[in-house]
Design a protein around this ligand. Structure first.
Ligand code: TXA
Ligand code: MG
Length: 333
């Protein structure tokens, strides 16, 4: 299959010919990769099971891992679910459109494949003009997981999508790099307080401040933890150690003849002399935005081992560390 790549401006209206072709694909039950503010998604008509199954095929995703239905308005969200606690309205007012996904009781409007047969549905209103225009024109929910091959890091550029899915999907809307760089926060909203199922771009503190409390589920109990996580081709070690200990570790590995890749903040990689390095920047938002490109970078670098810096788990740092811990083959402290 040939994969078309349509360049679009993230700030402007999508050109009529492109939006028409994109909508036509979705209406025909095809898949389409599109940008959101977090990561690129692989979308299909959320109400057609055949269309949704194509997402699972293209990604090689286990069929029992449910998808997020993307909506462009509160009314569209409400058209898919049964009831919604009052704190969800407050969270929608505060953070939607944005990187927050609500798990609510489904009314059955979405295809079975989206919910993987569960009675709940994950819904999100993405804060990206291209995604919002697409859903608006389509005039219905678009089911979409991250647009990577299952087991790879989520794509934050159209090149990442292309590398994983070329030949497997008919088209890709390329609006350049996404802004946030890490996936949305997923919260279960079927109880009296929201429960964090997956930490994400909206922090626990931000949710709690609006919802009047939050429950952070131990990660081993959450659905998103039942599935295999990204494990890099080159082993990744998370070093939760002092700079001197890290320097010593790198030295010992190099003595053994290993070439070391260094992943960390700009100041960290300046301190540590590896054989190759990738700077994530300095501020936590910058680190979040660059992390997945960093994971992907070392695949092509000629190194035997990648060491990654441990960051503070304050605020967004908690999500950053969640993703690094899941990717790490070993954590040394
Ligand atoms: O930022 C994001 O969330 C991106 C963009 C494309 O929107 N999407 C994304 O989708 O990361 P995905 O499929 O890679 O992750 C969705 C997560 C999975 O961990 C899935 O298990 C969980 O949401 N999920 C979906 N429906 C659920 C449900 N009904 N109950 C519990 N967890 C659910
Ligand atoms: Mg994913």
């Amino acid at each position: 299959m040939k994969t078309k790549r349509w360049k679009v401006q993230p700030t402007k209206e999508i050109e009529p010919e492109i939006i028409q072709e994109a909508i036509k694909l979705l209406k025909e039950g095809e898949v389409l990769a599109f940008p959101t503010e977090t990561v690129y998604g692989l979308g299909a008509d959320a109400t057609k099971d055949q269309a949704v199954q194509r997402i699972f095929q293209a990604k090689g995703r286990p069929a029992d891992n449910p998808l997020i239905a993307h909506v462009s308005s509160k009314a569209m969200l409400e058209s898919l679910i049964i009831d919604k606690p009052a704190y969800v309205d407050k969270l929608i007012d505060a953070y939607s459109p944005g990187p927050l996904t609500y798990v609510l009781k489904s009314n059955g409007s979405c295809a079975k494949g989206v919910t993987a047969g569960l009675s709940t549905l994950a819904v999100r209103m993405p804060n990206h003009p291209v995604a919002l225009q697409l859903i608006n024109y389509f005039d219905g929910p678009i089911a979409a997981p991250s647009a990577n091959t299952s087991g790879k890091p989520s794509p934050v550029t159209a090149d990442h999508v292309y590398a994983d899915l070329v030949g497997k999907i008919p088209a890709l809307l390329d609006a350049g790099p996404t802004g946030v760089g890490l996936e949305s926060t997923v919260i279960d909203c079927t109880g009296d307080l929201p429960v964090i199922l997956r930490p994400g771009a909206i922090t626990e503190e931000e949710i709690s401040a609006v919802a009047g409390g939050v429950i952070s589920a131990p990660s081993s109990q959450t659905r998103s933890d039942q599935y295999k996580h990204y494990k890099p081709e080159v082993p990744l070690y998370l070093l939760d150690q002092s700079i001197d200990q890290v320097k010593e570790f790198v030295h010992q590995e190099q003595v053994k003849g290993n070439r070391i890749g260094v992943l960390g903040s700009h100041s960290f990689i300046k301190e540590i002399e590896g054989d190759d390095s990738f700077s994530l920047g300095e501020e936590s938002q910058e680190i979040a935005r660059n992390l997945y490109a960093g994971f992907r970078y070392f695949k092509k670098a000629r190194v035997d081992l990648v060491i990654c810096q441990a960051f503070s788990k304050e605020g967004l740092g908690k999500t950053i560390m969640n993703r690094i811990e899941k990717a790490a083959n070993k954590i040394i402290s």
